[in-house]
Ligand binder design. Sequence first.
Ligand SMILES: [Zn+2]
Length: 396
Amino acid sequence: MSALQILQRDPGSQARVGVLRVERGEIRTPAFVPLATKGTVKGLEAREVAALGYDMVLGNTFHLFLEPGADLIAEFDGLHEFMGWRRPIITDSGGFQVFSMGHGTVADEVKGRAPAGPDRMGRVLQIDEQGVRFRSYIDGSERFMGPETSMEVQAKLGSDIALVFDECTPFHVDREYTARSTERTHRWLDRCLAWHDAHGPREQLVYGIVQGGVHEDLRVASTEEVAARPVGGIAIGGSLGAEKPQMYEVVGWATAALRDDDRPRHLLGIGDVDDLIRGVELGIDTFDCAMPTRLGRHGVAIAPDPENRWRVELTGARHKHSREPIMEGCPCPACSAGHSRGYLRYLLKNRELTGVRLLTLHNLAYLARLMAGLRAAIAGGTLAAHAAALRAGAAP
Ligand SMILES: [Zn+2]
Protein backbone atom coordinates (compact mmCIF):
# COMPACT_ATOMS: atom_id res chain seq x y z
CA MET A 1 0.00 0.00 0.00
CA SER A 2 1.27 3.45 -0.86
CA ALA A 3 2.20 5.84 1.94
CA LEU A 4 0.60 8.52 -0.20
CA GLN A 5 -3.14 8.92 -0.02
CA ILE A 6 -4.27 10.77 -3.13
CA LEU A 7 -7.25 12.91 -2.22
CA GLN A 8 -7.97 14.40 -5.59
CA ARG A 9 -6.58 14.45 -9.13
CA ASP A 10 -6.63 17.39 -11.49
CA PRO A 11 -8.64 16.49 -14.59
CA GLY A 12 -6.58 18.75 -16.86
CA SER A 13 -3.09 17.55 -15.89
CA GLN A 14 -1.34 14.82 -13.90
CA ALA A 15 -1.41 16.89 -10.72
CA ARG A 16 -2.65 15.28 -7.55
CA VAL A 17 -3.23 16.54 -4.02
CA GLY A 18 -2.74 14.17 -1.13
CA VAL A 19 -1.32 13.26 2.23
CA LEU A 20 1.97 11.41 2.59
CA ARG A 21 2.06 9.47 5.86
CA VAL A 22 5.44 8.58 7.36
CA GLU A 23 6.66 7.65 10.82
CA ARG A 24 6.90 11.16 12.30
CA GLY A 25 3.74 12.58 10.75
CA GLU A 26 2.01 13.73 7.61
CA ILE A 27 3.16 15.78 4.66
CA ARG A 28 0.56 17.67 2.68
CA THR A 29 1.36 17.22 -1.00
CA PRO A 30 2.38 18.61 -3.38
CA ALA A 31 5.02 20.08 -1.08
CA PHE A 32 8.31 21.89 -1.25
CA VAL A 33 10.92 20.49 1.15
CA PRO A 34 13.48 22.99 2.51
CA LEU A 35 17.08 21.86 2.85
CA ALA A 36 18.48 21.21 6.29
CA THR A 37 21.74 20.09 4.69
CA LYS A 38 23.94 19.96 7.78
CA GLY A 39 21.23 19.47 10.40
CA THR A 40 19.68 22.92 10.20
CA VAL A 41 17.81 25.06 7.72
CA LYS A 42 20.60 27.62 7.58
CA GLY A 43 19.95 30.52 9.93
CA LEU A 44 16.54 29.37 11.14
CA GLU A 45 15.23 27.60 14.22
CA ALA A 46 13.27 24.39 13.67
CA ARG A 47 10.11 26.00 15.06
CA GLU A 48 10.41 28.88 12.60
CA VAL A 49 10.50 26.43 9.69
CA ALA A 50 7.43 24.65 11.08
CA ALA A 51 5.64 27.99 11.58
CA LEU A 52 6.12 28.76 7.88
CA GLY A 53 3.95 25.72 7.12
CA TYR A 54 6.56 23.10 6.30
CA ASP A 55 5.89 19.48 7.18
CA MET A 56 9.27 18.00 6.16
CA VAL A 57 12.92 19.00 5.70
CA LEU A 58 15.76 17.29 3.84
CA GLY A 59 18.97 16.22 5.57
CA ASN A 60 22.14 15.49 3.66
CA THR A 61 23.67 12.05 4.15
CA PHE A 62 27.03 12.98 2.60
CA HIS A 63 27.66 16.03 4.76
CA LEU A 64 26.34 14.48 8.00
CA PHE A 65 28.39 11.33 7.33
CA LEU A 66 31.57 13.43 7.23
CA GLU A 67 30.62 15.73 10.08
CA PRO A 68 29.54 15.12 12.82
CA GLY A 69 29.22 11.45 11.72
CA ALA A 70 26.24 9.13 11.87
CA ASP A 71 27.35 7.50 15.14
CA LEU A 72 27.30 10.77 17.02
CA ILE A 73 23.83 11.60 15.68
CA ALA A 74 22.65 8.08 16.64
CA GLU A 75 24.00 8.72 20.15
CA PHE A 76 21.58 11.67 20.29
CA ASP A 77 18.68 9.35 19.26
CA GLY A 78 18.78 10.29 15.60
CA LEU A 79 18.61 13.38 13.45
CA HIS A 80 15.14 14.51 14.59
CA GLU A 81 16.20 14.76 18.23
CA PHE A 82 19.69 16.02 17.40
CA MET A 83 18.33 19.00 15.45
CA GLY A 84 15.10 19.46 17.39
CA TRP A 85 12.87 18.91 14.35
CA ARG A 86 10.29 16.32 15.34
CA ARG A 87 8.41 16.27 12.06
CA PRO A 88 9.24 14.16 9.00
CA ILE A 89 12.75 14.18 7.54
CA ILE A 90 13.85 12.88 4.15
CA THR A 91 17.57 12.20 3.67
CA ASP A 92 19.26 12.15 0.33
CA SER A 93 21.69 9.32 -0.28
CA GLY A 94 24.93 11.21 -0.79
CA GLY A 95 25.17 10.01 -4.38
CA PHE A 96 24.70 13.46 -5.84
CA GLN A 97 27.38 15.03 -3.62
CA VAL A 98 29.88 12.21 -4.09
CA PHE A 99 29.54 12.31 -7.87
CA SER A 100 29.51 16.11 -7.99
CA MET A 101 33.03 15.98 -6.57
CA GLY A 102 34.14 14.05 -9.61
CA HIS A 103 32.01 15.55 -12.33
CA GLY A 104 31.11 18.99 -11.04
CA THR A 105 27.47 19.96 -10.85
CA VAL A 106 25.19 20.19 -13.86
CA ALA A 107 25.35 23.97 -13.45
CA ASP A 108 29.16 23.80 -13.59
CA GLU A 109 28.97 21.77 -16.74
CA VAL A 110 26.37 23.89 -18.45
CA LYS A 111 28.35 27.02 -17.71
CA GLY A 112 31.63 25.35 -18.66
CA ARG A 113 33.13 25.72 -15.19
CA ALA A 114 35.58 23.26 -13.78
CA PRO A 115 34.34 21.14 -10.85
CA ALA A 116 34.55 23.07 -7.60
CA GLY A 117 37.96 21.58 -6.80
CA PRO A 118 39.68 20.04 -3.83
CA ASP A 119 39.36 23.02 -1.52
CA ARG A 120 35.61 23.19 -1.56
CA MET A 121 34.35 19.72 -2.32
CA GLY A 122 37.07 17.16 -1.72
CA ARG A 123 38.16 14.77 -4.43
CA VAL A 124 37.06 11.46 -5.90
CA LEU A 125 39.83 8.88 -5.77
CA GLN A 126 38.11 5.87 -7.29
CA ILE A 127 34.68 4.85 -8.56
CA ASP A 128 33.92 1.19 -9.08
CA GLU A 129 31.10 -1.29 -8.65
CA GLN A 130 31.53 -1.30 -4.88
CA GLY A 131 31.13 2.47 -4.50
CA VAL A 132 33.16 5.64 -4.36
CA ARG A 133 36.43 6.28 -2.55
CA PHE A 134 37.07 9.96 -1.98
CA ARG A 135 39.00 12.48 0.03
CA SER A 136 36.97 14.39 2.64
CA TYR A 137 36.66 18.10 2.03
CA ILE A 138 36.83 18.59 5.78
CA ASP A 139 40.11 17.00 6.81
CA GLY A 140 41.49 15.36 3.66
CA SER A 141 40.98 11.86 5.08
CA GLU A 142 40.17 8.99 2.74
CA ARG A 143 36.54 7.88 2.95
CA PHE A 144 34.32 5.39 1.19
CA MET A 145 30.64 5.44 0.37
CA GLY A 146 28.70 2.74 -1.40
CA PRO A 147 25.06 1.62 -1.42
CA GLU A 148 25.34 -0.20 1.93
CA THR A 149 27.23 2.67 3.60
CA SER A 150 24.61 5.16 2.51
CA MET A 151 21.72 3.04 3.79
CA GLU A 152 23.52 2.36 7.06
CA VAL A 153 24.13 6.08 7.60
CA GLN A 154 20.50 6.88 6.81
CA ALA A 155 19.37 4.15 9.20
CA LYS A 156 21.45 5.73 11.97
CA LEU A 157 20.11 9.18 11.14
CA GLY A 158 16.64 7.65 11.47
CA SER A 159 15.06 9.62 8.66
CA ASP A 160 11.45 8.92 7.74
CA ILE A 161 12.35 8.62 4.06
CA ALA A 162 15.71 7.36 2.79
CA LEU A 163 16.90 7.68 -0.80
CA VAL A 164 18.90 4.91 -2.40
CA PHE A 165 22.53 5.49 -3.38
CA ASP A 166 22.72 6.14 -7.10
CA GLU A 167 25.34 7.11 -9.62
CA CYS A 168 24.38 10.66 -10.50
CA THR A 169 25.00 10.68 -14.24
CA PRO A 170 26.67 13.87 -15.42
CA PHE A 171 25.24 16.00 -18.21
CA HIS A 172 27.99 16.02 -20.83
CA VAL A 173 28.41 12.30 -21.33
CA ASP A 174 27.33 10.18 -24.24
CA ARG A 175 24.39 7.86 -24.41
CA GLU A 176 26.57 4.78 -23.91
CA TYR A 177 28.00 6.16 -20.65
CA THR A 178 24.52 7.15 -19.47
CA ALA A 179 23.18 3.67 -20.23
CA ARG A 180 26.00 1.93 -18.32
CA SER A 181 25.71 4.35 -15.42
CA THR A 182 21.94 3.88 -15.22
CA GLU A 183 22.36 0.11 -15.13
CA ARG A 184 24.79 0.47 -12.23
CA THR A 185 22.23 2.64 -10.44
CA HIS A 186 19.73 -0.21 -10.79
CA ARG A 187 22.22 -2.74 -9.38
CA TRP A 188 22.93 -0.38 -6.49
CA LEU A 189 19.19 0.00 -5.95
CA ASP A 190 18.93 -3.75 -5.36
CA ARG A 191 21.86 -3.64 -2.92
CA CYS A 192 20.28 -0.74 -1.04
CA LEU A 193 16.97 -2.58 -0.78
CA ALA A 194 18.71 -5.79 0.33
CA TRP A 195 20.62 -3.92 3.05
CA HIS A 196 17.50 -2.14 4.21
CA ASP A 197 15.52 -5.38 4.19
CA ALA A 198 18.07 -7.04 6.46
CA HIS A 199 19.09 -4.15 8.73
CA GLY A 200 17.05 -0.99 8.07
CA PRO A 201 14.40 0.51 10.32
CA ARG A 202 11.01 -1.04 9.42
CA GLU A 203 9.22 2.32 9.51
CA GLN A 204 11.68 4.04 7.15
CA LEU A 205 10.37 4.43 3.59
CA VAL A 206 12.96 3.86 0.87
CA TYR A 207 12.68 5.73 -2.42
CA GLY A 208 14.36 4.46 -5.57
CA ILE A 209 15.96 6.98 -7.91
CA VAL A 210 15.29 7.17 -11.64
CA GLN A 211 18.28 8.04 -13.85
CA GLY A 212 18.65 7.86 -17.62
CA GLY A 213 19.83 11.36 -18.47
CA VAL A 214 18.02 13.12 -21.29
CA HIS A 215 17.39 9.98 -23.35
CA GLU A 216 13.72 9.08 -23.50
CA ASP A 217 14.14 5.32 -23.81
CA LEU A 218 16.68 5.21 -20.96
CA ARG A 219 14.51 7.39 -18.71
CA VAL A 220 11.42 5.31 -19.35
CA ALA A 221 13.34 2.04 -18.87
CA SER A 222 14.86 3.35 -15.62
CA THR A 223 11.45 4.46 -14.37
CA GLU A 224 10.03 1.02 -15.10
CA GLU A 225 13.00 -0.72 -13.45
CA VAL A 226 12.66 1.35 -10.28
CA ALA A 227 8.88 1.06 -10.17
CA ALA A 228 9.15 -2.74 -10.49
CA ARG A 229 11.01 -2.88 -7.14
CA PRO A 230 9.28 -2.80 -3.74
CA VAL A 231 10.26 0.85 -3.19
CA GLY A 232 8.14 3.15 -1.03
CA GLY A 233 8.41 6.02 -3.49
CA ILE A 234 10.17 7.13 -6.64
CA ALA A 235 12.60 10.02 -6.95
CA ILE A 236 13.67 11.52 -10.26
CA GLY A 237 17.34 12.47 -10.32
CA GLY A 238 20.37 13.02 -12.48
CA SER A 239 20.72 15.33 -15.40
CA LEU A 240 17.38 16.73 -16.51
CA GLY A 241 18.85 18.80 -19.32
CA ALA A 242 20.27 22.25 -19.83
CA GLU A 243 17.08 24.21 -20.42
CA LYS A 244 13.69 24.25 -18.74
CA PRO A 245 11.67 22.88 -21.70
CA GLN A 246 13.98 19.88 -21.82
CA MET A 247 13.71 19.40 -18.05
CA TYR A 248 9.90 19.36 -18.26
CA GLU A 249 10.08 16.86 -21.09
CA VAL A 250 12.41 14.55 -19.16
CA VAL A 251 10.29 14.72 -15.98
CA GLY A 252 7.20 14.13 -18.10
CA TRP A 253 8.64 10.89 -19.54
CA ALA A 254 9.12 9.56 -16.02
CA THR A 255 5.75 10.58 -14.63
CA ALA A 256 3.96 9.32 -17.77
CA ALA A 257 5.58 5.94 -17.18
CA LEU A 258 4.25 6.09 -13.61
CA ARG A 259 0.73 7.06 -14.67
CA ASP A 260 -1.01 4.26 -12.77
CA ASP A 261 1.42 4.25 -9.85
CA ASP A 262 0.11 5.78 -6.63
CA ARG A 263 3.44 5.82 -4.80
CA PRO A 264 4.87 9.24 -3.91
CA ARG A 265 7.16 10.92 -6.47
CA HIS A 266 9.99 13.26 -5.54
CA LEU A 267 11.83 15.57 -7.93
CA LEU A 268 15.40 16.11 -6.75
CA GLY A 269 17.00 19.55 -6.71
CA ILE A 270 14.28 21.58 -8.43
CA GLY A 271 12.67 24.64 -6.83
CA ASP A 272 12.26 27.66 -9.12
CA VAL A 273 8.71 29.03 -8.99
CA ASP A 274 7.87 28.17 -12.63
CA ASP A 275 9.48 24.72 -12.25
CA LEU A 276 7.40 23.96 -9.16
CA ILE A 277 4.19 24.89 -10.99
CA ARG A 278 5.08 22.73 -13.98
CA GLY A 279 6.35 19.91 -11.78
CA VAL A 280 3.03 19.82 -9.94
CA GLU A 281 1.19 19.67 -13.29
CA LEU A 282 3.45 16.79 -14.30
CA GLY A 283 2.42 14.84 -11.20
CA ILE A 284 5.30 15.44 -8.80
CA ASP A 285 4.39 15.23 -5.10
CA THR A 286 7.50 16.63 -3.37
CA PHE A 287 10.44 18.83 -4.37
CA ASP A 288 13.66 19.89 -2.67
CA CYS A 289 16.09 22.60 -3.67
CA ALA A 290 18.80 24.82 -2.21
CA MET A 291 17.46 27.76 -4.21
CA PRO A 292 15.24 29.67 -1.73
CA THR A 293 17.67 29.51 1.16
CA ARG A 294 20.79 30.01 -0.99
CA LEU A 295 19.25 33.00 -2.77
CA GLY A 296 18.39 34.46 0.62
CA ARG A 297 21.99 34.25 1.70
CA HIS A 298 23.01 36.07 -1.47
CA GLY A 299 20.55 38.93 -1.07
CA VAL A 300 17.99 37.71 -3.59
CA ALA A 301 14.29 37.68 -2.68
CA ILE A 302 11.60 35.67 -4.44
CA ALA A 303 8.86 37.93 -5.79
CA PRO A 304 5.90 37.61 -8.20
CA ASP A 305 7.94 38.90 -11.15
CA PRO A 306 8.08 36.37 -14.01
CA GLU A 307 10.14 38.71 -16.23
CA ASN A 308 12.96 38.55 -13.72
CA ARG A 309 12.61 34.82 -13.00
CA TRP A 310 10.66 35.60 -9.81
CA ARG A 311 13.73 37.24 -8.31
CA VAL A 312 14.59 40.64 -6.88
CA GLU A 313 18.23 41.43 -6.16
CA LEU A 314 17.89 43.48 -3.02
CA THR A 315 21.54 44.46 -2.96
CA GLY A 316 21.02 46.56 -6.11
CA ALA A 317 21.52 50.31 -5.85
CA ARG A 318 17.95 51.01 -6.98
CA HIS A 319 16.66 49.78 -3.62
CA LYS A 320 18.84 52.10 -1.54
CA HIS A 321 16.07 54.62 -0.90
CA SER A 322 13.12 52.23 -1.28
CA ARG A 323 10.62 52.29 1.57
CA GLU A 324 8.62 49.47 -0.04
CA PRO A 325 8.55 46.01 1.56
CA ILE A 326 9.95 43.12 -0.52
CA MET A 327 6.37 42.28 -1.41
CA GLU A 328 3.17 44.14 -0.60
CA GLY A 329 0.79 42.01 1.49
CA CYS A 330 3.30 39.23 2.20
CA PRO A 331 2.67 37.77 5.69
CA CYS A 332 6.30 36.71 6.22
CA PRO A 333 8.30 38.06 9.20
CA ALA A 334 10.27 40.46 6.97
CA CYS A 335 7.36 42.03 5.09
CA SER A 336 4.72 41.92 7.82
CA ALA A 337 7.08 43.74 10.19
CA GLY A 338 7.23 46.50 7.58
CA HIS A 339 10.94 46.22 6.84
CA SER A 340 11.81 48.33 3.81
CA ARG A 341 13.88 47.20 0.87
CA GLY A 342 16.24 50.03 1.74
CA TYR A 343 16.81 48.64 5.23
CA LEU A 344 17.19 45.07 4.01
CA ARG A 345 19.64 46.19 1.31
CA TYR A 346 21.72 47.93 3.95
CA LEU A 347 21.73 44.81 6.18
CA LEU A 348 22.62 42.50 3.31
CA LYS A 349 25.38 44.70 1.95
CA ASN A 350 26.93 44.75 5.41
CA ARG A 351 26.50 41.00 5.87
CA GLU A 352 24.33 41.43 8.93
CA LEU A 353 22.92 38.03 9.92
CA THR A 354 19.48 39.56 10.48
CA GLY A 355 19.28 40.45 6.79
CA VAL A 356 20.04 36.90 5.71
CA ARG A 357 17.54 35.49 8.20
CA LEU A 358 14.76 37.84 7.09
CA LEU A 359 15.34 37.02 3.43
CA THR A 360 15.48 33.28 4.10
CA LEU A 361 12.20 33.53 6.01
CA HIS A 362 10.61 35.52 3.18
CA ASN A 363 11.77 33.11 0.46
CA LEU A 364 10.63 30.01 2.32
CA ALA A 365 7.33 31.66 3.24
CA TYR A 366 6.80 32.46 -0.44
CA LEU A 367 7.28 28.86 -1.55
CA ALA A 368 5.16 27.52 1.33
CA ARG A 369 2.27 29.72 0.19
CA LEU A 370 2.87 28.84 -3.46
CA MET A 371 2.53 25.13 -2.67
CA ALA A 372 -0.47 25.65 -0.35
CA GLY A 373 -2.18 27.59 -3.16
CA LEU A 374 -1.46 24.84 -5.68
CA ARG A 375 -2.85 22.21 -3.30
CA ALA A 376 -6.02 24.25 -2.77
CA ALA A 377 -6.39 24.78 -6.53
CA ILE A 378 -6.10 21.05 -7.28
CA ALA A 379 -8.61 20.28 -4.53
CA GLY A 380 -10.96 22.98 -5.80
CA GLY A 381 -10.66 21.99 -9.46
CA THR A 382 -9.15 25.34 -10.48
CA LEU A 383 -5.54 24.40 -11.14
CA ALA A 384 -5.40 25.50 -14.79
CA ALA A 385 -6.61 29.03 -14.04
CA HIS A 386 -4.53 29.28 -10.88
CA ALA A 387 -1.34 28.15 -12.62
CA ALA A 388 -1.96 30.61 -15.48
CA ALA A 389 -2.37 33.47 -13.00
CA LEU A 390 0.81 32.50 -11.16
CA ARG A 391 2.75 32.36 -14.43
CA ALA A 392 1.43 35.82 -15.30
CA GLY A 393 2.82 37.19 -12.03
CA ALA A 394 0.04 36.72 -9.48
CA ALA A 395 1.17 36.61 -5.86
CA PRO A 396 0.92 33.11 -4.37
ZN1 LIG B 1 7.78 38.57 2.71
